[in-house]
Design a binder for this molecule. Structure first.
Ligand code: AMP
Length: 321
């Protein structure tokens, strides 16, 4: 598989790299690092990293416009995205050849090469493996980006951090002297207003009977804290380890896009199958959904509560055996 991907990259002079909508550090870091690695290896190729960015991620580099591309002669690489509808590119099918590099559970086949491993921590881990298994070149900047994405998607080595992840990190650290405090600072610095919004969430989190912690953030509340729906939702990662909470969700109203985004996390019950019922998906314990009304959001919370109930009963049944 690695060789096939390398051969395809080598073959095309123009390569577009896309990732999912609602950019996050793993998606953007894997995209930008892969672009840099290809250009290091073949400086004459034209490589575009496309999609909507955000000032928050400017430390990862700037994105390109999808302009003057002869799609029928070009390669598309989609990172960190299991399904076509979530690819942040207006053009997909017109490309001559398409490669997917993803660590989400399989959703649909839409590329010529589908390199999927949902046991892997991050898209950045897959790109790292691609670099180590082929002749693609790397340098300090490429490795720093991949490290940032890996740290972000594992939530600082909390999720999916097996011996393979730690060996890879050991390998890159022996090769490149990473300034880890500086990289963490780039990833985790945030304005005071976001911390205050986090305080609001802590004060206002409701808990269902079976341990779903959730907060509804209307557009008014979000703007009161001078935040945006995206950064409000990203705070979902800060609510691990609450005794009373098994599953937690941030419900954020995004007026600009006329949707309500729900970021969900779990420390037990599987949640992606529930998110899928509400225009969402993701990983077993880290998922997202999109609805259009608060009533729908409440139905989702109700479904999550039922999943928690079932999970608690199964755990208690297991203990009795
Ligand atoms: P987030 O809470 O935005 O960090 O997303 C957690 C996981 O769920 C990521 O793997 C996302 O790609 C996935 N995800 C988020 N929203 C959606 C959605 N509407 N549809 C499918 N997958 C999603």
């Amino acid at each position: 598989m690695f060789k096939l991907i390398y051969k395809a990259i080598k073959k095309y002079d123009t390569i577009v790299i896309a990732r999912h909508v609602g950019v996050d550090p793993d998606a953007m870091a894997s995209q930008m690092a892969l672009k840099e690695a290809i250009l290091l290896t073949w400086p004459k190729k034209r490589v575009l990293a496309v999609g909507t960015g955000g000032s928050k991620f400017s430390y990862l580099g700037s994105l390109d416009k999808l302009e003057d591309v002869s799609f029928s002669e070009s390669l598309l690489i989609v990172v960190d995205t299991p399904d076509k509808r979530r690819v942040d590119s207006p053009v997909i099918d017109e490309f001559a050849y398409k490669i997917k590099i993803d660590h989400h559970p399989f959703v649909e086949n839409f590329c010529d090469i589908e390199f999927i491993d949902d046991q892997k921590s991050s898209a950045c881990q897959l790109v790292l493996e691609l670099l180590y298994r082929t002749k693609l070149k790397r340098n300090q900047s490429v490795i720093e980006k991949l490290f940032i994405g890996l740290v972000s998607d594992t939530n600082r080595f909390l999720f999916n951090s097996d011996s393979v992840v730690f060996s890879l990190v050991s390998k890159i650290l022996s090769e490149y002297p990473l300034d880890i405090p500086h990289l963490y600072q780039q990833l985790y610095m945030r304005p005071l207003n976001e911390v205050r919004l986090q305080g609001y969430i802590e004060q206002n989190m409701k808990i269902t009977d079976h341990g779903v912690g959730y907060v509804s953030l209307t557009a008014d509340i979000i703007s009161k804290f001078s935040a945006d729906a995206g950064s409000a939702g990203n705070m979902v990662n800060n609510f691990n380890y609450i005794d009373e909470v098994l599953v937690w969700a941030m419900i954020s109203e995004d007026k600009k896009n006329e949707i309500i985004k729900i970021n969900i996390r779990s420390r037990g019950p599987v949640i992606n199958t529930i998110a899928e019922k509400y225009h969402g998906g993701g990983h077993k314990f880290a998922s997202g959904a999109r609805v259009t009304t608060m009533e729908e959001a409440e139905l989702l919370i109700h479904d999550l509560d039922r999943a928690c109930k079932k999970y608690i009963e199964e755990m208690e049944g297991g203990k009795e055996k």
